[in-house]
Every structure is written in structure tokens, then in C-alpha cells.
Design a protein around this ligand. Sequence first.
Ligand code: DAH
Length: 337
Amino acid sequence: MDINLIQAQIEADLSNANSPQALEELRIKYLGRKGLIAELTGSIPALAAEQRGSFGKEVNALKNRLLNLLNEKEKSLAGDSLKPGNADVDIGMPGIAPELGTVHPITRIIGEISTVFNHMGFCVLEGPEVETEHNNFTGLNIPLEHPSRDAFDTFYLKNYTNFLLRSHTSPVQVRTMKKHKPPLAIVVPGRVYRPDAVDASHLFMFHQIEGFLVDENVRFSDLKGILSFFLKSVFSSDIKMRFRPHFFPFTEPSAEVDISCLICKGKGCSACGRKGWLEILGAGMIHPNVFKQVDYDPKKYTGFAFGMGIERIAMLKYGINDIRLFFENDLRFLKQF
Ligand code: DAH
């Protein structure tokens, strides 16, 4: 058999093969178990002894050339398939765009608030959601008879009676002061839990951010300055702020802080109940009893603390009227942030 003739035939066959299927057929025709190369190899024993060596070599060389040609053709077919119109798939067809997530509005607000305080020198800390009764209540000067300690107003852990789901982020004050000496300037974002019936403004789980600063000679005016800067940064530089006297066990004096209504700018509208003001947070000077619990000398150190609900801030800032929207995972709502 003339190897050169065979080679010419192979080349002609390959140049006519214009699809991966046609190429595969040729591979089988030449290299398959019953293909031409196998046939040639099988014929070697029948040859005269002195011909076997040189014929075997030629068959081998032919086989290698054939493999190279098949590879090259395969590559050029693959290249062709990328040209529009030649491919099995329409590569011009628009793809399926992956869904891009967005930052959850609560996470976004936590980031914004933390950043404002960070720029004023506050550190951001977190504490555990399962707290001791001591840190959540006693350490914060909340007396045994206080209604928030009632089983109806706090989630206690069934088999661990000294533990509960924290009802506010204030216990992180106690944790931090037990571990570190003043000066301290900390903000603490996180989840809190209360067994409240769910409605448009209540959930059994929500978020708060606590802040506190302890040093020598900290004054109420420091608190006012810090809160004024913070509220103007988060809402708008033209809001007004007012402090109403209030009671919290862990601060003395204590205040509730209002901002002028974002909608009517203080004139009175349905959003602010015609008051012109929106309640935004609680604050005050840290009570000496809180310092005593953590072995700080209340004669040496003073400090302020404040706490606010993050959902409420987000609702006011974005004009959202139902707190449940934050946690229903409705993408039509979440995609807007
Ligand atoms: N812990 C309070 C609450 O959950 C909020 C609060 C009020 C925190 C006054 C404070 C504060 O640090 O000084 O209602």
C-alpha cells in the first residue's frame, strides 16, 4: 500500500470535514479499532522480514501526522464556531444577567451612623445578643421591681435563668467598662429583643445603636454637641434639636431628644402628630451607680450615654411607614436601597 497516497487521501478527507461530527467520523475511519492505521499495523506480520521495520516506521509516522492534522483541524473548527452564524449556540444572544444584591437598609444606616461617630473618634464595638441579667439590668441600675424585668417584657432563656435576649444595647456599656479603663468613646450597633405584639411600628426583634463616652470632666454640653453634629449629618444640616427631661435608671440627668419634623420642618403635620417634633433617641449623663458597678470612681469620671432605634431612624430618613417591611424579604422593597 502506498503511504503517500493514503496521506493525500487523509488530507483531502480532512479539508472536507467541516463539523466536529465529520471530524469524529474521520478519526474513527483512520484511528478506530478497525480503522486504516489498525489495518496497516495488522498487515505487518505478513510482510517479508526485511520490510517490516521500515514499513512499521512509516505507519507510525503516518499515524503521528494524522493526529497532528486532526488536532489542527479541531482547533480551526472551534475557532470558526466563535464566528457569528457558525456556532451551534447563538453567541449573540443576550446572557442571563446575575441578580445583584443591594445593601440592606438597616445595614446601610448602621454603616452611616457608625461612620459619623468614627470620624468623631468613637470606636465601633459589638456585644452578644444573649446577655446576663446582670449586664442587661442590675449593672445598669435598673431595679428589681422595674417593669422591663418582668417575664412578659423580656425573653428569658428557659433553662438558664440568669440569661436573656438583651432588651437593649446598653449592657455593652457594662461589658466594656468592666474590661477597659477610661477614656472610652464607643458606639454599639446590634439586635435587641422584646416580646412585643407585631404591628406597623413594633417587632419582637429590632436594632439599636448605643453610644457612650467616659473621661474626666465630661459635661452635658459635650453630649449636646456630639448629638447635634450626628443628627445633622444623618438627617439634614437645617434640623433643630431639643432635649426633653425624661427618666432612665442608668442616666442622671436623662433626656429624650427630638428633632424638628423632617416633613413640615416644625410647623406640625400628620407625620409628627401636629407637634412639629419627632422623638429620636434617649440620652443622659451616666449614673454614678453604673460607674460603681464597674469599679470606676464616680468622683473622678463622668460620661454620657445615648441609645436609639435604628429602624425608626431608617423609617424617618426614607419615609417608610411600616417596620415589618424591613424583614419580609420583599425584593420590590429591598431593591430600592
Ligand atoms: N436603653 C434605652 C432603651 O432601650 C435607650 C437609652 C436611653 C440608652 C438613654 C441610653 C440612654 O444609653 O442614655 O430604651
